[in-house]
Design a protein around this ligand. Structure first.
Ligand code: ADP
Ligand code: ASP
Ligand code: MG
Length: 409
């Protein structure tokens, strides 16, 4: 019985036909080792962004069904081209869209969650010796409509398929050579992390480390599938994600994350603040929208922090329930960002919050709000200051490349 390996190639890695041919070589190398190979691909380069942009020429309120119909086409281009590239090299391969691969989702279009995968057809093709190439980021609802999994969702497809196929491992090929202590495109002294537990990666990803979708980690963790993040373009070791974090380890900071495009929605004068807060969180969760909620008693308001891309939907949910919740008005503030210090066992470590505030103050970063959770301390800052904040916090918490290297020799 041969083992299954899932390989995922992100947008940049398949950004041109030249690159698709190079990725085909990577697939063939894995196949030649004797594994059954399932490949998951993203849309080429910035295709998905370009599709979103096309819509704005037509309407500002596209229906969700047609939006998903459109966005799912990007990945369909890549699966067929990669499959042809493999066939051209004499390797037997077949492409599947999400529904052909048996990927069933719930009906929250635009941000659907995978509910089950019927692997029958994939297993058949693997048995026939085929490489199976699956379109990432998409599935089909119970009602037979095409759904998408949310931006960056091809990672989820790869991890969920790896779990359903009980794969040996899931390799995520991307444009960086691993997971770093912060986004290396913005924080130039970020250092590469060799290995992380699922929990640590989930903490980084859920607070903004865009290198991997947080829901991908969830699927892999559930079935203990090792995830390996590596470069599509360079050889060398990447970052291995597996196993558990040390429960009794000493508190330590693992990284600095940020989310650049955040909106604050401040809702004034609700009749029943407690009840409203709870009902609102449930309503948002049912739409798979994440939000942080802060009560500001001094202003008789509730503040919601939501991703810029979600704010329109949150506003329309609020609008629909205006009668019920009887708030007086909503103020929106854009141009904000969140920057977070992510750690293991940092709950109830006031020193971390104090150090964070000190570093930000010393560097004249204006802090709008500070919030805490078991895994993070988060500050809300102006978007124009987020990179400065991330860099200074990275240095302040001893994560800079030079410091980490010195400590390890
Ligand atoms: P793909 O198209 O392959 O899915 P993404 O753009 O989604 O690629 O993810 C890779 C990018 O994630 C990198 O180019 C990097 O800028 C960004 N990134 C954010 N945080 C981190 C981090 N902590 N470590 C590595 N990369 C990160
Ligand atoms: N093509 C989709 C996106 O750009 C999915 C992905 O790349 O993971 O968000
Ligand atoms: Mg991605």
């Amino acid at each position: 019985l041969s083992t299954v390996v899932v390989q995922k190639f992100g947008g940049t890695s398949v950004g041109s036909t030249e690159r698709i041919k190079r990725m085909a070589d990577r697939v063939i190398q894995e196949k030649e080792k004797g594994h059954d190979v399932v490949v998951v691909v993203s849309a080429m380069g910035k295709t998905t962004d370009a599709l979103v942009k096309l819509v704005s020429d037509i309407t500002s309120e596209p229906s969700k069904r047609e939006m998903d119909m459109l966005l799912s086409t990007g990945e369909q281009v890549t699966i067929s081209l990669l499959t042809m590239a493999l066939q051209q090299q004499g390797v037997e391969a077949i492409s599947f869209t999400g529904w052909q691969a048996g990927i069933r989702t719930d009906s929250i279009l635009g941000n659907a969650h995978i509910q089950s995968i019927d692997t029958g057809r994939i297993l058949n093709e693997l048995e026939n010796g085929q490489v199976v190439v699956v379109a990432g980021f998409q599935g089909v609802t119970e009602g037979g409509d095409i759904s998408t999994l949310g931006r960056g969702g091809s990672d989820i497809t790869a991890a969920a398929l790896a779990a359903a196929l009980k794969a040996d491992r899931c390799d995520i090929y991307t444009d960086v050579d691993g997971v770093y202590t912060s986004d290396p495109r913005f924080v130039h002294r970020a250092s590469k992390i060799t290995a992380l537990s699922y929990e640590e990666m989930q903490n980084l990803a859920s607070m903004g480390a865009g290198v991997l979708h947080p829901r991908a980690v969830k699927h892999a963790k559930k079935y203990g599938i090792p995830l390996y993040i590596k470069s599509s373009f360079e050889k060398g070791k990447g970052t291995m994600i597996h196993g558990k974090a040390k429960q009794n380890g000493s508190p330590h900071v693992i990284g600095i994350t940020f989310e650049a495009d955040i909106n604050r929605l401040e809702i004034f004068n609700c009749s029943d603040i407690e009840g409203f807060q709870e009902a609102l969180m449930c309503e948002l969760a049912s739409h798979h929208i994440q939000a942080d909620v802060y009560k500001q008693s001094c202003r008789d308001s509730i503040s919601l922090l939501v991703k810029e891309q979600d704010h329109q939907e949150v506003l329309s949910i609020l609008e629909k329930e205006k009668e019920k919740w009887k708030y007086s008005r909503i103020e929106r503030k854009g141009g904000l960002s969140k920057v977070s210090v992510i750690g293991q066992n940092i709950k109830s470590q006031p020193a971390i919050k104090m150090e964070m505030c000190k570093v930000l103050l010393e560097n004249s970063v204006r802090v709008k709000l500070v919030g805490e959770s078991a895994i993070s301390v988060t500050a809300v800052v102006e978007r124009s200051q987020v990179q400065l904040a991330a860099e200074r916090l990275h240095t302040g918490f001893g994560l800079d490349y030079e410091v980490v290297m010195k400590a390890s020799v």
